[in-house]
Design a protein around this ligand. Structure first.
Ligand code: SAH
Ligand code: SF4
Length: 406
């Protein structure tokens, strides 16, 4: 058939043998955490030497209070004002006496990111370019879905991982975001929608979900990301359940176990290829953690069940990874895994080497997955008029109607 997708001769893939989870993995984890410290953010202190309270854990907040001679319950009060009420001014904290308000204001701030731009698309997608103290910027996008919506947050300025189809990958890593900068993206979005105090329960929230799918690899900035998500999940503050949070990784295997054990959020894995030779090219991290190891880590991921399936992201690149043979191979690879697949039409950027798969190729690919029982929504780019679909900050899923196999 003319134009038929090429079937690579390497089927079935000769995936490398998985490493056992042993001391080697632990050593890797230590190395990854240590490396992340080289890209630390600047201290969260303003020109007057006042420290930002956003981003501190409850324990750290209590330590700050102890350091100025205040009792631990002050930390609890502050937590409520900062993360439940969303206030930024000590003067409105009416459970705290005026002299203490003044003392706090002398030493501390309750910060938010600077906003370089805020744009809302005709389809309701809202995109911010946030600016930090050192002038660095990241993007955050809100993607509405009826009366709720997901906030796509960034964890790094740039990325070390150079995936060949990703625009962020062309920018080298400048630095990690700090806890305050990660939580701050969420808090600023809440400000923008006037969603303070935190609504009771989880229904009826506009900013109802978080997807950690913005700029950067969250598992290479694990500590700040974990601290930020723990703040967001705290019951006495923003109180977002872990079920409403999805973290996307390109496959940092040693940190996936840690993320599952400590945070238990939903996991999305950027797979993009079913053979190691191709994935080595698209997601160079595959050379370190090949497909078999990655899938073994997914099988171990705590809480993965039919109710909480792992999402596999698969960017559709014309003539590169979108053949029917590859769809069948994907089905084989995912066998016995509680999984769904998000097919993401490639979003081109100036200078990118790939083209988006044809709608027909996407439909055929999705039909094969659907017929095998995998939900495989095709993501529809959103906010085109404000360029919110800038590579990874994107989309709302649209379920393909089940199609009979051709
Ligand atoms: N670093 C993490 C999270 C950020 S990228 C990761 O790689 O998973 C979020 C998602 O956007 C990933 O699945 C990524 O592969 C995808 N993506 C990146 N560039 C894209 C592009 N140009 N078109 C479509 N999807 C893209
Ligand atoms: Fe980094 Fe993810 Fe982009 Fe790869 S796809 S370069 S891991 S942000």
């Amino acid at each position: 058939m003319p134009g038929a997708p090429q079937v690579n001769k390497a089927f079935p893939p000769a995936n490398r043998v998985a490493q056992p989870v042993d001391g080697l993995t632990e050593a890797e984890r230590v190395r990854i955490l240590a490396k992340s410290a080289h890209f630390a953010p600047p201290p969260m202190v303003d020109a007057e030497g006042r420290r930002d309270l956003v981003g501190l854990t409850r324990e750290e907040l209590a330590e700050e209070m102890a350091a100025i001679g205040e009792k631990p319950f002050r930390a609890k009060q502050l937590w409520h004002w900062i993360y439940h009420q969303g206030v930024r001014d000590f003067a409105v904290m009416n459970s705290i006496a005026k002299p203490l308000q003044a003392k706090l204001a002398e030493r501390f701030t309750i910060g938010r990111p600077g906003i370089s731009t805020e744009q809302t698309s005709t389809d309701g997608t809202r995109k911010w370019l946030f600016k930090w103290r050192d002038g660095q910027e990241v993007e955050t996008v809100y993607i509405p879905d009826d009366d709720r919506g997901a906030l796509c947050i960034s964890t790094q300025v740039g990325c070390t991982l150079s995936c060949s189809f990703c625009h962020t990958g062309t920018q080298k890593l400048v630095r990690n975001l700090g806890t305050a900068e990660i939580v701050g993206q969420f808090m600023a979005a809440r400000d923008s929608y006037g969603e303070w105090p935190t609504p009771k329960g989880e229904e009826g929230r506009r900013v109802s979900n978080i997807v950690v799918m913005g700029m950067g690899e969250p598992l290479y900035n694990y500590e700040a990301t974990a601290r930020a998500l723990n703040i967001v999940m705290d019951h006495e503050g923003i109180a977002l359940s872990r079920r409403r949070i999805t973290l996307s990784t390109s496959g940092v295997v040693p940190m996936m176990d840690k993320c599952g054990e400590e945070l238990g959020v939903n996991l999305a894995v950027s797979l993009h290829a079913v053979r190691d030779d191709l994935r080595d090219e698209l997601v160079p991290l595959n050379r370190k953690y090949p497909i078999a190891e990655l899938l073994a880590a997914c099988r171990r991921y705590p809480g993965a069940s039919n109710a909480r399936r792992i999402t596999f992201e698969y960017v559709m690149l014309r003539g590169v990874n979108d053949s029917e043979a590859e769809a069948h191979e994907l089905v084989r690879l995912l066998r016995d895994l509680p999984a769904k697949v998000n097919l993401i039409p490639f979003n081109p950027w100036p200078g990118s080497a790939y083209q988006t798969s044809t709608p027909e190729a996407v439909r055929r690919f999705a039909a094969i997955l659907n017929d095998a029982g995998y939900s495989s929504p095709i993501r529809r780019p959103r906010g085109r008029d404000i360029l919110a679909a800038c590579g990874q900050l994107k989309t709302e899923s649209e379920r393909l109607r089940r199609k009979p196999a051709a």
